[in-house]
Design a protein around this ligand. Structure first.
Ligand code: PMP
Length: 391
């Protein structure tokens, strides 16, 4: 808190939170014309029609009331069977599944359910920008473990072990990763599972990009031996079904953890939006072909972007999942903030500077390839032009 100007009207906790580094770029970009944005972390598809239709139909039938706090039971059953079929995990829809307002809420109530003041949460970075503030808002202390380009942004048990103290309560993992697109194999994960057991850690596994795994089948952390009991498995509909605006996610956890989260959820939110839940039910019943279609399209764009970045001289690891490329801009001698600002002001391409994602992010930019091929081709040309000016 030392360098923060304090305001007694506000809680110390909220004043400790830094404004999002992504916001500044969007504020700048929103005032400019003809920008190509590789900045936003969301699908460029509209939600498939049958999902929208199911939600409209729920409204036509008058299903406009609150649902059960944990979510409509049909949806919880469908989530349980979908997760079992796709990722070999077993959760009881009555007591181990909670439908949330996006994966975002699941992370928030998960942290608040388990943390006491001063408990540490190890966050593998670069990471989604909400983890650090949500740990802080729950009274916890985020401890960062950075990954790097040379290791394809994978994390090892050894790196995590070095950050463990007697205050460590939990570990936050996210694979496929935002912003790096990194994925982890079963072998990589097994080492971390053994570590979690040895140090009695709870593990948040944010698997919101699980369906967008391009080269290897996604392995759910909770499916590893003995891990279900210590895992808070987070996922949702935003990415795989192109449903970001619906605000619908879910969390799967053993009953004691889940009922604590449900307590927080029912007091702060009551339930997730009922009409969105009916849409999600349809998504799980009939949306697998849509997932596959969108995934193939992202994969094609991933291949193009990684190949093109390499051709114009940017070192870029091949992201195995999600829809982000995370090339290194270190060779330009600029910081990621300077590079992103120049790219925006001189070439009108919006990307996110890597440092906002924490340790290991500096020296990189996050480029979302969830945009048209035409935009991607033009962006590559513009980035190449900037690189030529800089060298
Ligand atoms: N986790 C990760 C890793 C994300 O990238 C995002 C969205 N950018 C979320 C969670 C939040 O997703 P939701 O829309 O379900 O709240």
């Amino acid at each position: 808190m030392s360098n923060v100007k304090t305001n007694s009207r506000l809680s110390n906790r909220v004043q400790q939170i830094k404004p999002s580094g992504i916001r500044r770029f969007f504020d700048l970009a929103s005032k400019m014309d003809n920008i190509i944005s590789l900045g936003v972390g969301e699908p460029d598809f509209v939600t498939p029609w049958n999902i929208r239709e199911a939600s409209i139909s729920s409204l036509e039938r008058g299903f406009t009331a609150y649902s059960a706090n944990a979510g409509i039971i049909e949806l919880r059953r469908e989530i349980s069977s979908y997760m079992n079929k796709r990722f070999s995990v077993q959760y009881d829809p009555e007591s181990e599944v909670l439908v949330t307002v996006g994966a975002s809420e699941a992370i928030d109530i998960g942290m608040r359910a388990i943390l006491n003041e001063g408990d540490e949460v190890i966050i593998v970075e670069p990471s989604f920008v909400s983890y650090v503030p949500l740990v802080q808002m729950a009274g916890g202390v985020p401890v960062s473990v950075g990954t790097n380009n040379q290791d394809n942004f994978k994390v090892s048990a050894k790196q995590i072990e070095a950050a463990i103290t007697d205050r460590t309560k939990a570990l936050m993992l996210c694979f496929p990763n935002n912003p790096t697109g990194a994925t982890m194999s079963r072998e990589d994960m097994l080492e971390i599972a053994l570590l979690a057991e040895r140090h009695d850690l709870l593990v948040f596994s944010d698997e919101i990009y699980a369906e967008l795994s391009y080269d290897e089948k996604h392995v759910s952390f909770a499916s590893l031996p003995n891990m279900k009991d210590r895992t808070i498995l987070i996922s949702g509909f935003s990415k795989s079904f192109a449903m970001t605006g619906w605000r619908l996610g879910f969390v799967l956890a053993p009953e004691d953890l889940l009922s604590a989260m449900l307590k927080l959820h029912q007091y702060s939110l009551m339930c997730a939006p009922t009409m969105a839940q009916y849409g999600a039910l349809e998504a799980l019943k009939s949306g697998m072909d849509d997932i596959e279609r969108m995934k193939q399209s992202y994969k094609q764009r991933r291949n193009y972007v990684v190949k093109s970045f390499k051709e114009i001289g940017l070192s870029c690891h091949t992201p195995g999942g999600a829809f982000y490329a995370f090339p290194s801009i270190e060779s330009t001698g600029l910081t990621s903030e300077q590079f992103a600002e120049k790219l925006l002001l001189e070439e009108r391409v919006a990307v996110v500077p890597g440092h906002v994602f924490g340790a290991g992010g500096e020296g990189h930019i996050r480029c979302s390839y969830a945009t048209s091929m035409d935009n991607l081709e033009q962006s590559v040309e513009r980035i190449e032009r900037l690189l030529k000016k800089l060298t």
